[in-house]
Design a protein around this ligand. Sequence first.
Ligand code: GRF
Length: 292
Amino acid sequence: MALHAAHHGSKAAQSESASTRLRIGVLISGSGTNLQALIDRARKGSLEADIVCVGSDRASAYGLVRAQEAGITTFVVSYEKYLKGGRIDSVEDAEVAAVDARQRILRDQDHEVRRDRLRRLMAAEQEIAAHLETHGVQVVCLAGFMRLLTPFFLNRFRQGDLPGVVNIHPALLPAFPGQHGYRDTYRYGCKWGGITIHFVDEGEDTGPVIAQAVYPIWDEDACENVQQRGLHLEHLMYAQVVNWIARGQVRLVPRVGGRPRVQIEDPAYREVVGSWVEAAFRHRPEVVHRRT
Ligand code: GRF
């Protein structure tokens, strides 16, 4: 994969074009343990990309502190300002209509209501994208970012044939999409839970799967253990996926009449996936919660 600067590349992106390292931006809303895992890998020299900025929709997100402690530039974009504010003039009607025709996240039947909401989301996304582009971000990694993104944003971060926005989801998609992957997996009574890292498309948790792995759920586990074990796996997986993207080892293979499939061209792929599942199998929670 050729690593081009984002379409609306800034001066920063251009002046960095001599560098071949992938520039990633991480978006968070909360605690940021995935971000921390990426930072830790970067410190060890085993992340093959640079985390150039971290953004959040919540000023209180603890992940922002983690980023600042690591010397990474942060920014906050308040969605409330757009969602609850007055008229938005910064997004053209025609653009809202074009994005509405492609998006699959807003379902309100009332056309006016839906487009007003969409315009507001797009205005917030414009601000986020401007920050990311200022830092020359090429790939956006969502790590607990609790907002759905529209095609307006997604289209600004494409890498040639590859989508440029990646998400980590705490369930084995297409099972348990939405905000409560661990809780839903646990309550269903699953014997295995899973983690999915996928490209983001115009739906919710529907984009092409890049990597998946599973962890066991034991009879005595409380939901908290399940989450701890799953997070342990998330932290192993995200840096590896970033490295695959940075090395150009991720390919999107179109299929006639079907969903595109992601292919990982790493000769060590099977060993890597095996090591994830083994680590999850052996994982013992630090604080053991008993099923009640
Ligand atoms: C993770 O479980 C991730 O899969 C989901 O949100 C959570 C974020 O956790 N998308 P953290 O903020 O990285 O600790």
